[in-house]
Design a protein around this ligand. Sequence first.
Ligand code: BDR
Ligand code: CA
Length: 329
Amino acid sequence: MKRRVMIDCDPGIDDSLALMLALSMEEELEVTGITIVCGNSPVDMGAANAKKVLEHMGRLDIPVFKGAARPLEREYVDALDTHGRDGLGESFLPDVAGYDQDMGAVDFLEKTVKEGPCSVIALGPMTNLALLYQKNPAAFAQIEEIVSMGGNFRSHGNCSPVAEYNYWADPDGAALVYEAMANLGKKISMVGLDVTRKIVLTPDLLEYMKRLSPDRGKFVEKITKFYFDFHWRQERLIGCVINDPLAVAYFADRTLCEGTEAYVQVETEGISIGQTVVDSMGFYGKHPNALVLTATDPVRFFSLFFGRLLGLEESGLDLIPALVKEVGR
Ligand code: BDR
Ligand code: CA
C-alpha cells in the first residue's frame, strides 16, 4: 500500500541519499513534501541542498519547506566538518533558483496531517516536530507514524561517548517528542546507530554502482567523496556510514530491521546530553514509547538501495552479497 509521508531532514550527504531512495520508491511512498531543519547544515543551506537533489532526480515538483534555524533550547552546532562546507560533500553543485515556499515547515506539517493520514521520516534533529507539538498538540497526535534516524542503545555515540548527533544537536526537541509519544501511547521507530553503523558504503560498492549506472553512480561519488575522507580520518574506516537511507528503507519494508520495544528518554543535561536511555529491562515500569531497532541486514538493504536508485531488478545485483561481506562489520 502506498503511504503518504513527509521527510524532515537536514541535508546533509546521507540525507541526500535518503531523499534519492525515497523518491525512487514511488510504488510504496508518496512524498508530500520535504521539511528542513537545522542540523548537519544551517537551514538555508539544507533547503538549497534538497533542491539540488530534487533537480538531479527530476522531481522539483516536490515542495521544500524551511523549518527551525536553531534547536529548541541549545545553541546550534552544525556538522559541516562531517558533510563539507556546502553540506553536500563539497560537491559545490550549482544552486537551483526558485521553487521557494512561503509556508514554513511546521505549518506544512500541521496542514498535511490535517488533510489525511501522513507519516514523518525524521532524518535530522527533531526540532520541527517538537515545534509542531508546541504549536498544535492535536495535529502532532494525528501524525500516523514517526520513524526517526537518531539515538543509540548498545552502540556508542558519534558526538560523545554516549550520544548520536541528531539527538545531541537538539536534545530538548528529541526529549519532548519522545515524551509526547509516551503520553499519546504511541511508539517512535528509533533507527539508531546500532543498525545504521552496519550500513557502510564502501569504495567497491560505489564502483559497482558506477559500473551499473554511470550517471547516478558519479552523482553519488561526487557527494560522498568528502564523507569517505571524513570516515578515514575519524575512524580509519574505508567507506562511509550512510545512516539516513536505512530509515527510509525501513519505513517501506519492516523486515529490514528488528528490535525491541522499550520506554526511551532522552537526556538533556550534563555529560550524557543527547543520550537515549533505553529502559529495555522495564526499570521505570512505563509503557514503551519506542521500537528500538537493534539488528539489520546490510545485504538486503544494499540490494534495495541499488535496485531502486539505479532502477534495476534486485535479482540482477549479484555482486552485492560478496561486496557487502567484505566490510566485515
Ligand atoms: C545523523 O547525523 C547526521 O550526520 C546524519 O545525517 C544522520 O542523520 C547520524 O548521527
Ligand atoms: Ca541527517
